[in-house]
Ligand binder design. Structure first.
Ligand SMILES: Cc1ncc(C[n+]2csc(CCOP(=O)(O)OP(=O)(O)O)c2C)c(N)n1
Length: 328
C-alpha cells in the first residue's frame, strides 16, 4: 500500500515540523547552562533527547491513526507527539516548564501528555507498554473503536515489563501494535551487546503473533507495514510487533560527546537523512512540486516559531503550584 499523495504531503509536513522543532529546541537548550553545565538552568530545564533522523517511524505509523487511537512513547517523544497531533504550543510550553504547558510545566520534555489526542510518554523505558496494552484492553471490553500503539527503543524491549505486556496483548488478542525504533544504540551500548538476537521481530513468535522488521528508515515501507498491522488490529485480528531500522542523528541526550560512535558513522547517517530523501522521491515520482514542498517547509518553520514564541512568552508557574496535582 503506497501512501496517497495527500498522505505523503502529511508525512513530509510532519517530518519537517518535527525536525524544525528540534532544531529550535537544540539552539536554545544550552542558553544559561554554561560555563558550568547545570541542566536545571536556562529556558529549557532538564534533560533533552532529540529524535532527529527517526521521523519516518512516527509519520509512517501515525498516518494510519485517528485522535481516538492511543499512542505511548518514550524519553525521545517529540516526533511521535507531533505526528499524533499533540498541540505544538502547549508542548513547547511544557518543555519550557511554563504554566501554559500540557501539564502546567510539571512534566517537561519526557512527560508529554495530551488527553485530547490520547498521547502519553514516559522517561522510564518500556513504561508505556502497560498503559498502551491497558488502553487496548479497555477499548475491547467497552466495545469502543481504537488501536493502541506503544513506541519503544530497541534497548527497552529487554525489560521485563515489555515481555509481560506483550504476552497479555497476545493472550487477550488486543488491538495493539508495538513499534520498536531500532536506532542501534541504547545510550552508548550497541544493540548486539544488549540483545541476544539481531531481529526483535523474531520475538513475535514467542507470543504467537505476527512480527515484521522494516529496514532502511524508509517512510514508505514503514507506512505500508504499519498500515497492515493497524488494519489487523482494527479488524480484531490481534497485536503485531514491528521493528523498524532507524537512525539517531543526534547524541543520546544533548551534551552527549558521542565518543562511542565508530569513526565516520555520523557522516554516513547524515548522508541518509530521510527528509531530503523523501523530498527527492516525491519530486521524482510527481507526488509534489518544488513549490508545494517549499510551502510545506515554510509553513512548518512558521508553526514552530509561533510555538517557541508562545512558550517563551508564557508565564512561569507559581511556586505554590508545585504542591498541586501531587500526593502530599
Ligand atoms: C527503567 C529504566 N532503566 C534505565 C533508564 C535509563 N535510560 C534512559 S534511556 C536508556 C536507553 C534507552 O535505549 P533505547 O530503548 O534503545 O532508546 P533510545 O534512547 O535509543 O531511543 C536508558 C537505559 C530508564 N530511563 N528507565
Amino acid at each position: 500500500m503506497t501512501p496517497t499523495r495527500e498522505d505523503q504531503h502529511w508525512m513530509y509536513h510532519n517530518m519537517v515540523t518535527s525536525r524544525r522543532f528540534e532544531e529550535a529546541i537544540a539552539k536554545i537548550y544550552f542558553d544559561g547552562k554554561s560555563p558550568v553545565f547545570n541542566m536545571a538552568n536556562g529556558p529549557i530545564p532538564g534533560e533533552m533527547h532529540l529524535s532527529d533522523g527517526q521521523e519516518p517511524v512516527a509519520v509512517g505509523v501515525c498516518a494510519h491513526l485517528n485522535p481516538e487511537d492511543i499512542v505511548t512513547a518514550t524519553h525521545r517523544p517529540h516526533h511521535q507527539a507531533i505526528a499524533k497531533g499533540v498541540d505544538l504550543d502547549k508542548m513547547a510550553a511544557e518543555i519550557f516548564g511554563k504554566k501554559t504547558g500540557l501539564s502546567g510545566g510539571r512534566g517537561g520534555h519526557m512527560h508529554i501528555f495530551d488527553a485530547d489526542v490520547n498521547f502519553a510518554c514516559s522517561g522510564i523505558i518500556a513504561q508505556g507498554m502497560g498503559p498502551a496494552v491497558g488502553a487496548a484492553l479497555s477499548r475491547k471490553m467497552q466495545g469502543k473503536p481504537g488501536v493502541a500503539v506503544a513506541f519503544l527503543g530497541e534497548g527497552a524491549v529487554n525489560q521485563g515489563a515489555w515481555h509481560e505486556a506483550m504476552n497479555l496483548a497476545a493472550v487477550w488478542n488486543l488491538p495493539f501494535v508495538c513499534v520498536i525504533e531500532d536506532n542501534s544504540w541504547g545510550i552508548s551500548v550497541p544493540k548486539e551487546a544488549s540483545t541476544a538476537i539481531a531481529n526483535n521481530a523474531d520475538r513475535a513468535a514467542a507470543y504467537g503473533i505476527k512480527g515484521m522488521r522494516i529496514e532502511g528508515n524508509d517512510p514508505y515501507a514503514i507506512y505500508e507495514a504499519a498500515g497492515e498491522a493497524i488494519a489487523r488490529a482494527r479488524a480484531g485480528e490481534g497485536p503485531t510487533l514491528l521493528e523498524v531500522e532507524t537512525y539517531r542523528l543526534a547524541g543520546h541526550f544533548m551534551g552527549d560527546a558521542e565518543g562511542y560512535r565508530p569513526e565516520g558513522e555520523k557522516d554516513d547517517l547524515f548522508a541518509k537523512d530521510p527528509i531530503p530523501k523523501m523530498r527527492a522521491r516525491m519530486l521524482a515520482e510527481g507526488a509534489a512540486t518544488e513549490a508545494e514542498l517549499d510551502a510545506i517547509e515554510a509553513e512548518s518553520a512558521a508553526r514552530v516559531e509561533a510555538a517557541i514564541t508562545f512558550a517563551r512568552n508564557s508565564e512561569d508557574p507559581a511556586p505554590e503550584d508545585a504542591l498541586t496535582a501531587v500526593f502530599a
